[in-house]
Each structure stands twice: as structure tokens, then as C-alpha cells.
Design a protein around this ligand. Structure first.
Ligand code: ADP
Ligand code: ZN
Length: 623
């Protein structure tokens, strides 16, 4: 990006002298912030919402009072509203810095559908000069821009010619090297922000950890008391974590229980391709692959199809998701372990942003952990320690018999209740079994056979099976030969899995097992090993469908969905931009008869009432 793109002839001034004079003329905090009534009216008329959620009110209040703020809010908590509402209420434009064009266009679509005057300034927009005109003329509530463009001198020049109400910095963790997605361009924003000291800054992120938060405050020049952190709980997501027995069969079941759109994460491109094909055949649903190795055109097409769809499944590597703002994703399934608890939280967080029930199912195998631990040895020594801790924390989440949500939230520094009632362990409590003795037998056998054989061989030795290989190596003469009791046989695999997950057994280069981590402590009975015992018979699994989600075989609801689909196609937007499922459900339940009644339904703002009200009323009247 350079000045060549810039559609206007501009004079360039020395950077320092000009803003001191230009800025104060235009930028001042509003003397009188909007009243609660005005705020409530805008919330309802523009967004169709009846109230704030969580910390939204706190954040909006600060912004309206001209106070710079860092809002840490999990995905789905409603970050966009915290700058879009002030953008509507304050005079002047809210300039939104956002890292991805796809993300900006997504936001633009939703904002425009609500009647907000918004535009993006990106290399992908051909109407840039018109946008700049609107901006200068004060005809924009929101202007989205990428950091590399925002930090150019010509943009600063342009800002000094318009009236700026607020700087919103989305995905603000990108400014920090501590964050998981550092973008050097974000570092260039500070001089721009400082050039307009009267304009409040609102930094937004879903990133949890303390280091990153503190760093964002410093980097963006926001006072420490401007930090607002929302809770990390996503109560509508039901977590389940299960050993992987047959990934295809298990994921097929998840898909069949959840008719809405979903994402399946697979660890490699090859697995993505295979799973996409076999899941498509097995379920009859539309299933498409997504990974960085696909032709960019195919990738974009698959992504667009997913965003627009009401029932598609995307099988993807973790490359998929960043920049996808689809609110109605009903399930996220992991075919293998994610990289860390943070990654798990972020990836599962793509489900249920609309607040409707959603499920997150992770399948894990001992080999996932084995591979991850092997990779540890390949990274720089300074990072190994912290990466090992991340993996241990993930293993603890996977192996726990306690509430998953509690473990997850404690990891993020919260103090949640002991049980949540909406995860696998709460819904079908599992038993725990002390298997320290069996673990000792297994570890001894690994040790005595020379720490170079795989589980199959070790299991034979422990079970007293003297096949050729066992005899050749003389392993039938070891003290551990045949020491496994009959009732221990069925749990041996689970114990091996647990030991691999916690690193007491580690893979060797040639596919064997060796002692690692706390193996010695276990052998000396200084550490114990517990495994989770699954419930006796698997009760009928619940799906998102059982709860408050969409009615099945409700002709009115289906007709409303059909209308939404038609309108979406006409407008070239995804259906959820017209109305969310929850809005259609409320219509189907309430049967509003007049435009006024319809306007009281959640999610129906003035603009949408004007645009679609009659069409929806007509359908409702037919029933
Ligand atoms: P985030 O960016 O934090 O992930 P979004 O801004 O995309 O979240 O909002 C998530 C969803 O919540 C959106 O579908 C939005 O329409 C909805 N939402 C946000 N605020 C409210 C509110 N106050 N009342 C009802 N729904 C809301
Ligand atoms: Zn729970």
C-alpha cells in the first residue's frame, strides 16, 4: 500500500507542526453525553436490541464520556456494538482499525443492514474516492481501515480534515508481541492516535492473558483504569471431550445431531480432504474442505458458501476461522487436539456467537499428545518450558473428571462454580479410578524392555504372550512378563493414553515408548495416576436441538426462513444479516400482526422494519 493508491492530490506537511493547530478546531469531547433515553432509543431503533449485554453498558458509557478504554470481551459478547452505538450517537465519524479485509466487509454488511452510514477504505474497494468525499463531508458514522493504511501520513492528513468521534482498534492484541498474532503495523498507530489527543480510543480484543492486556494499554496509550474485562464464560456452548475411537463415526454423529452449520477442525491438509469427502458421503450434508493449500479461489468460494449457508459443514485446518464472523455456527468439532487451551477456547468460541445453544466436541488420542510432545524438542530451548506447560494444561482439561467449563475458566483466572450443568462431565458424571499400580507395571515393562518398543509389544509382554518377537528378545524371561491381571487388560490402553497425555510416556524416534516427565515419581509411588471411567452405558447424547434452538417441523418458522433466504439472495448477503434465527423464532412464537408489534421483536430495528417488515408480516398473516 502506498500513496499511489491514494485517489487524491494532497499536500504533505511536516508531520509535527500541523496537528497542533488543525486538531483542536474539530476534535472535542461532547459537552453533554447522550441521555440514557437517547441511548436506549438508539439501541432499539438501530440494532433492535432491548438492552445491553454484560459489560457493554460500562464500555459504551466510558466511550460516550470521552474516556479511552480497553475492552476484553470473549467472542460473541458483542464487541461491535460498543463502538457502533457511540458511532451512531456521537457527531463525527468513528474510525475503526481492523486487521483483515474480510472482517471489515463483514462488519460493513451488518452495519449497513442496520442503517448505519459505514464504509471501508481498503485496496479491495473501488469506490475509495467517493468514500473519502463522504468522510470529509461528515456523512459517515463508521470508517473501517487497515492499520498499514491508517498509519500513512496521507491518512493523518485526511483525518485532520474531518471530524473524528472515536478511534476503535479492533483485534487490539495484534499490537502486542505477547499476543498470539502480533502485527508490526499496529505499532505504527500510536503516533496517529497521539496526533488527535482529544479523540477517545477504544481497544477491543478477546485475548485473555495479563501480559498482553498490560502491553496493549501501554502500546496504545490507554490508562490502566480504562481496562474492562468481561467474564470468559460462554454459557450457551456445551463442551464435550472424548477419546477418539473412530473419528468418522463420532463426527458423523455430531453432525447428525446438529442440523445447523458447523466447523470440523482437522490437524493436516490431507486429513481435511479425507474427512470432508467421507463426511459428505456419510451424512448427505453439504461438506466442503478449507485449508491453506487450496487454490485461493476455491478457498474463497468455499468460505463464501459456508458464510451464506444454514446447514453446511466446513472441514478445515485452523487457518479457517480468523475473520469469519458467522454468528449461527451450531457446532465445532475437533478431530484432534488443538494447540493449547487458548486455541481451544478461541476455536470452540466460533460456535454460538448468536447466543443460541451450540456444541463443542473434541476427540483426542494418545498419539496427538505424543506428536505434540515430540514437536517440543524441535523448538528453541527458551520456549520449550512454556510450551510444555501449555500442553500439560491441555492434557489436564482433556483428562479431568470435573466440570470442563470450570477448568477452562480457572485457566483464564476466573473463579467459576464447581459445576455448570452444560458440559459432558456435568451432564453424565464420570467416575475416577486410581490406576497407579497398573501404571507402574506399564512403566516398568517399558523400562525393562529397553524403552524402544511400542505399546503393542509391551502389552504382549505384560499379558504373557510369548510370540516370536518376545521370545527372540528374551522378554519372556523378564520379571514383568505376564504380570497383568485379567481385570487390568481392558483399561491398559486408557492408562497408556493418560500416561502419554501427561508426558510420563514419551515417543521415541522410531515409534517406541520411553519414560519421561514424572515416570520415576510414579514408579516410586510418589505420584499417582487417575483415569476417568466413562459412564456405564452411553445415554442418548443431547444435541443443541433439544434446547431453545430452532423448532423442527414448524411450518411458520420454515416459511420465515424461506423468506429470509430469498431476501438474503436478493441482497447478496448471508441470511443472518437479514435476521438472526432467534428473531425468526420470536416471530413464529409471537405472531406479530402489525409493524409496531413486529418492531418490538428482538433484532428488529427501524431500518430492518422498513426494509423487511411488510414481507415478514405477510408470511405471518398466512398462518
Ligand atoms: P464479538 O465481536 O464480540 O464476537 P459481535 O459484536 O459479533 O461479538 O456480537 C455477537 C452477537 O451478539 C451478534 O450477533 C450481535 O447481533 C449480538 N448482540 C450484541 N449485543 C447485543 C445485545 N445488547 N442484545 C442482543 N444481541 C446482541
Ligand atoms: Zn460443567
Amino acid at each position: 500500500m502506498n500513496e499511489d493508491d491514494w485517489p487524491f492530490e494532497t499536500t504533505f506537511y511536516g508531520e509535527d507542526e500541523r496537528f497542533d493547530e488543525a486538531a483542536p478546531a474539530f476534535h472535542f469531547a461532547p459537552a453533554e453525553p447522550p441521555s440514557p433515553d437517547q441511548i436506549g432509543a438508539a439501541l432499539h431503533d438501530t440494532f433492535g436490541f432491548s438492552g445491553f449485554r454484560g459489560v457493554q453498558r460500562q464500555v459504551v458509557d466510558r466511550v460516550l464520556h470521552g474516556q479511552s478504554t480497553l475492552a476484553v470481551m470473549p467472542t460473541g459478547a458483542g464487541k461491535s456494538l460498543t463502538y457502533q452505538l457511540p458511532a451512531v450517537l456521537l457527531s463525527g465519524t468513528c474510525v475503526v482499525v481492523s486487521p483483515l479485509i474480510a472482517l471489515m466487509h463483514d462488519q460493513l454488511r451488518s452495519a449497513t443492514a442496520n442503517g448505519i452510514r459505514a464504509a471501508t477504505l481498503t485496496s479491495a474497494d473501488s469506490d475509495r474516492s467517493a468514500t473519502i468525499e463522504r468522510f470529509r463531508a461528515g456523512a459517515l458514522d463508521l470508517l473501517y481501515i487497515a492499520p498499514e493504511r491508517a498509519s500513512q501520513p496521507y491518512f493523518r492528513e485526511l483525518l485532520s480534515q474531518a471530524r473524528i468521534a472515536l478511534f476503535a482498534i479492533d483485534e487490539a492484541h495484534c499490537v502486542s508481541e505477547w499476543g498470539h498474532d502480533f502485527r508490526p503495523d499496529y505499532r505504527l498507530l500510536r503516533p496517529l492516535l497521539d496526533a488527535f489527543p482529544q479523540v477517545p480510543r477504544l481497544a477491543l480484543t478477546a485475548t485473555a492473558d495479563h501480559h498482553t492486556r498490560a502491553d496493549i494499554l501501554t502500546q496504545l496509550g490507554i490508562a490502566a483504569d480504562g481496562l474492562i474485562v468481561a467474564g470468559f464464560d460462554r454459557p450457551n456452548i456445551r463442551y464435550a471431550i472424548r477419546p477418539r475411537e473412530n473419528a468418522l463415526r463420532q463426527i458423523k454423529a455430531v453432525i447428525e445431531e446438529n442440523p445447523g452449520p458447523g466447523i470440523v477442525y482437522a490437524p493436516t491438509r490431507t486429513k481435511v480432504e479425507q474427512l470432508a469427502q467421507s463426511l459428505g458421503q456419510a451424512t448427505g450434508r453439504r461438506v466442503l474442505p478449507y485449508h491453506a493449500g487450496l487454490d485461493p479461489e476455491v478457498r474463497a468460494r468455499n468460505q463464501a458458501a459456508f458464510v451464506a449457508s444454514e446447514d453446511m459443514v466446513m472441514v478445515a485446518t485452523v487457518a479457517f476461522g480468523m475473520g469469519i464472523d458467522k454468528p449461527d455456527v451450531r457446532f465445532v468439532a475437533h478431530a484432534g487436539i488443538p494447540k493449547s487451551i487458548e486455541a481451544y477456547y478461541q476455536e470452540t468460541g466460533r460456535a454460538g456467537r448468536d447466543g443460541d445453544p451450540a456444541v463443542a466436541v473434541m476427540l483426542w488420542g494418545a498419539d496427538d499428545f505424543a506428536r505434540a510432545r515430540q514437536r517440543l524438542s524441535e523448538i528453541e530451548p527458551q520456549r520449550q518450558q512454556s510450551e510444555r506447560q501449555r500442553l500439560d494444561a491441555l492434557a489436564a482439561l482433556v483428562e479431568t473428571a470435573q466440570c470442563r467449563r470450570a477448568v477452562l475458566l480457572r485457566h483464564f483466572g476466573e473463579e467459576p462454580p464447581q459445576t455448570c450443568g452444560n458440559c459432558d462431565n456435568c451432564l453424565e458424571p464420570v467416575g475416577v479410578m486410581d490406576v497407579t499400580q497398573l501404571a507402574q507395571k506399564l512403566l516398568s515393562a517399558v523400562y525393562r524392555t529397553g524403552q524402544s518398543y511400542g505399546l503393542g509389544h509391551v502389552e504382549k509382554v505384560l499379558s504373557g504372550i510369548a510370540d516370536d518377537r518376545v521370545l527372540q528378545r528374551g522378554h519372556d524371561r523378564l520379571s514383568v512378563f505376564g504380570i497383568l491381571a485379567d481385570d487390568e487388560k481392558p483399561v491398559l490402553k486408557a492408562v497408556a493414553r493418560a500416561l502419554q497425555a501427561r508426558g510420563s510416556l514419551t515417543p521415541t524416534e522410531h515409534g517406541g515408548l520411553a519414560l519421561g516427565g514424572d515416570a520415576r515419581a510414579i514408579l516410586k509411588s510418589e505420584a499417582s495416576v487417575m483415569i476417568v471411567v466413562p459412564p456405564k452405558r452411553e445415554r442418548k447424547r443431547r444435541s443443541a436441538r433439544d434446547d431453545s434452538a430452532n423448532p423442527v417441523n414448524d411450518p411458520l418458522f420454515d416459511a420465515l426462513r424461506d423468506l429470509r433466504r430469498e431476501l438474503a439472495q436478493e441482497a447478496g448477503v448471508p441470511p443472518y444479516v437479514i435476521f438472526h434465527d432467534s428473531t425468526l423464532r420470536e416471530m413464529a412464537a409471537e405472531h406479530p400482526a402489525t409493524l409496531a408489534d413486529l418492531g418490538r421483536i428482538g433484532g428488529v430495528g427501524t431500518r430492518k422494519l422498513d426494509a423487511y417488515g411488510d414481507a415478514f408480516l405477510n408470511v405471518i398473516r398466512r398462518f
